[in-house]
Write a new protein. Structure first.
Length: 196
């Protein structure tokens, strides 16, 4: 178990998020996310009647179809279960995500298009893991293609570089911080000694 032992406790709420990335036959990418919320106890809902333990309170899906530049070409959203009958009515608003690019400023643009009363909190939250899944899917596939095309690749992280030559992952997390031993090993020209 990765966490320390917990005190005795009772499970009440279970949220499950799964995301998958697919390369389509037409060269685009489908990135799908699925969110479910369940309770370990039954309860009465004004709109659905009795919701039994284990039945989803929320059961929602999103598929973004993106290109190699992370431009959103298509959006498919389904709400199979929600606490209110009107929740399904907002899914069509997510078509406003077409034309956005997953990258800097993406979250701000998503909130401007489908945040608050123009969307669904749970679907908007699901767009975060979908975005990181898109990066993991597309960058990994491109890296694999580069490795297959060029066996002597000297950058084992296969980190795409910006037009300036700077690794795109630089300073994106602790491991890729400019003072880390990872950066010192793979991109020494960008390493900054923390002792200096």
């Amino acid at each position: 178990m990765p966490l320390s032992p917990a005190v005795p406790r009772e499970p009440l709420h279970i949220r499950t998020i799964s995301c998958n990335g697919y390369l389509r036959d037409d060269g685009l990418w489908d990135i799908e996310g699925h969110l479910t919320d369940t309770k370990t106890y039954g309860f009465t809902n004004d709109h659905r009647g009795q919701v039994e333990a284990g039945n989803p309170v929320h059961d929602m899906w999103i598929r973004l179809t993106v290109d190699n530049d992370f431009l959103v070409h298509d959006v498919d959203v389904v709400t199979d279960a929600s606490p209110y009958s009107i929740c399904r009515g907002i899914t069509s608003n997510f078509q406003h995500l077409k034309g956005l690019t997953i990258g800097p400023g993406y979250r701000r643009q998503v909130l401007a298009k489908v945040g608050g009363v123009h969307g669904c909190t749970h679907l908007v939250e699901l767009l975060g893991p979908i975005a990181t899944t898109a990066y993991q899917t597309i960058h990994s596939a491109k890296a694999r293609q580069r490795r297959e095309a060029q066996a002597d690749n000297d950058d084992p992280t296969d980190n795409p570089r910006s037009p300036s030559g700077r690794p795109r992952l630089l300073n994106s997390c602790h491991a890729f911080g400019e003072s880390s031993p990872v950066v010192q090993k793979y991109w020494p020209e960008f390493f900054k000694d923390p002792e200096v």
